[in-house]
Ligand binder design. Structure first.
Ligand SMILES: *Cc1c(COP(=O)(O)O)cnc(C)c1O
Length: 364
């Protein structure tokens, strides 16, 4: 008899999240120099952390024997001010992934249902399973969330509906009119979660904070991992109506946002220069990839984020062959897209290397 027989079966059956392959691991396995490897697999910021965040972290080092501010006062105040909300609207997370988990912790159980799009960010499904809830998947024609279909799928048992906007891995977006339609149909017993991890990359972002201000049952998720370049620190946040944040605050660990992360994030939101440079690099990179794919007759999904989905045939094989040449992309079998890979936008040098390696793989 194994200990597995005594654990929750729905957890033993879980297939764990597979992150982008780390540079060090790739170097070790293939005998490559880590410095020669380009990682375009986790939608990280190719320009690095915001310079003002680096300085803030250096200044914070000498104080890390002290527990962080568990209430996250300075960072939550700065975020509240930035978005013209109150302190009671902001909850911090160990990455926005933790807020996804907190939402599931608070609202899901074995009788509950979570609704998401067919090609949505895979963490929603993992979390629904982790809490024994039913995961309801709604078809997304052309990889765009069908929010009307998602509203149709709501039942008495539904507690959470996740709308990733833009979505990862598809890079597609739902417009504000569609979100308004969806919100008009949202019943009282359901929380709408707008996962906006790529919000800063949008030129014309739909306004979801108006639902927060109206006191609706919504939670808007944002992160410092992408545009701000702080993925390694694990810091994100939720913006929600006070009745929702009050529940989430009860479910979190007392020091879930660490001191270094709070200090860096506080500085990063003031580093507009870094965000501007990041957006410029990203826009140039997306245009470069779209042109490169069109020239090679490769199907791609036009993206609103800092990555792009491209159809390469055998995604696993192309991923592996590129890996052996020192370029890490992301295979998409786990998203039921075995013919596609997702490429994060890098610096112009990295993007060019990626296409060169892709050509070598295709011509091999
Ligand atoms: C990257 C990402 C996140 C957040 O990541 P954290 O690092 O945990 O903040 C959340 N949602 C989506 C859709 C993402 O792509």
């Amino acid at each position: 008899m194994s200990i597995q027989n005594f654990a929750n079966q729905f957890i033993c059956d879980l297939v764990a999240y597979e992150p982008g392959k780390p540079i060090e691991e790739t170097a070790r396995e293939l005998g490559l120099d880590p410095a020669s490897i380009v990682k375009l697999a986790s939608n990280e910021n190719p320009l690095g952390p915001a310079p003002m965040a680096r300085d803030a972290m250096r200044a914070e080092v000498d104080g890390v024997h002290i527990y962080p501010d568990g209430g996250g006062y300075k960072l939550r105040s700065a975020l509240a001010e930035k978005y013209d909300l109150g302190l009671e609207n902001v909850v911090l997370g160990n990455g926005s992934n933790e807020i996804i988990e907190l939402l599931c912790h608070c609202f899901l159980n074995r009788d509950a249902e979570l609704i998401a799009a067919e090609h949505a960010f895979v963490v929603y499904k993992l979390m629904a399973t982790l809490f024994g809830a039913k995961y309801v998947e709604v078809a997304d024609p052309d990889f765009i969330h069908d929010v009307d279909g998602m509203a149709d799928a709501i039942t008495e048992k539904t507690r959470l509906v996740f709308i990733a906007n833009p979505n990862n891995p598809t890079g597609t977006m739902v417009n504000e009119a569609a979100l308004d339609r969806f919100m008009a149909r949202l019943p009282e017993h359901v929380v709408a979660v707008f996962d906006e991890a790529y919000f800063e990359f949008l030129e014309d972002a739909p306004d979801t904070l108006k639902y927060v201000r109206e006191g609706r049952n919504v939670c808007v998720l944002r992160t410092f991992s992408k545009a701000y370049g702080l993925a390694g620190l694990r810091i994100g946040y939720g913006l929600a109506s006070p009745q929702v944040t009050a529940i989430l605050q009860k479910a979190r660990q007392p020091f879930n946002a660490n001191a270094m992360a709070q200090a860096a994030a506080l500085a990063a939101i003031r580093d507009q220069d870094h965000v501007t440079k990041t957006l410029q690099t990203n826009n140039e990179g997306l245009a470069f990839y779209e042109k490169a794919f069109a020239e090679r007759d490769l199907e791609y999904v036009p993206s609103f984020a800092n990555f792009i989905l491209v159809r390469v045939g055998d995604g696993d094989a192309v991923f592996q062959a590129m890996l052996e040449k020192g370029v890490i992309v992301r295979a998409m079998r786990g998203y039921k897209l075995p013919e596609w890979v997702r490429i994060s936008v890098g610096t112009q040098d990295e993007n060019e290397r990626c296409i060169t390696v892709l050509d070598e793989v295709f011509n091999a």
